[in-house]
Design a protein around this ligand. Structure first.
Ligand code: IDP
Ligand code: MG
Length: 143
């Protein structure tokens, strides 16, 4: 099985109508979209998804941001796509993320205190497997 990763088009990007452009970049890179779902994340899903950040001071704001409206969950497939999607997304802070990356090109600081940064991508094979299980229960994680 080829490697799979989990991506989320976050609510800020969905609300701004950027979903198509983001999907186009993933496809242009050569990866396959093997599952897609438009959903408004629940606080239960987000608590599981962001469990590593549960004790951080920004956690409440992060859950509020991520549950503020529809998002798009995607399973992306391709050799080394976990690493490749992180590169395509760019670094966490959209103000300093490199131009040419999804966060660098589409994101900015809105002064809300929460880092709204357009896209999430799993950061390791273990995270990809775990996160695919949260957003696509029953789908094969492939990892
Ligand atoms: P990542 O999404 O680049 O992997 P993480 O450090 O795992 O970054 O953080 C998860 C998400 O939490 C980020 O994408 C961002 O939306 C938010 N976040 C991270 N650090 C901060 C912070 O210091 N203040 C506010 N929000 C943050
Ligand atoms: Mg992370």
């Amino acid at each position: 099985m080829v490697e799979r990763t989990l991506a989320l088009v976050k609510p800020d990007a969905y609300a701004r109508g950027l979903t198509g452009q983001i999907l186009a970049r993933i496809e242009a890179k050569g990866y396959k979209l093997v599952a897609l779902s438009v959903l408004t994340p629940t606080s239960e899903q987000l608590s599981e998804h962001y469990a590593e950040h549960a004790e951080k001071p920004f956690f409440g704001g992060l859950v509020q941001y991520m549950s503020s409206g529809p998002a798009v969950a995607i399973i992306v497939e391709g050799h080394r796509c976990i690493e490749g999607m992180r590169t395509l997304a760019g670094s966490t802070d959209p103000t300093t993320a490199a131009p040419g990356t999804i966060r660098g090109d589409f994101g900015r600081d809105w002064g809300t205190g929460t880092i709204e940064n357009i896209i999430h991508c799993s950061d390791s094979p273990a995270a990809a497997k775990r996160e695919i299980g949260i957003w696509f229960p029953g789908e094969n994680s492939g990892n």
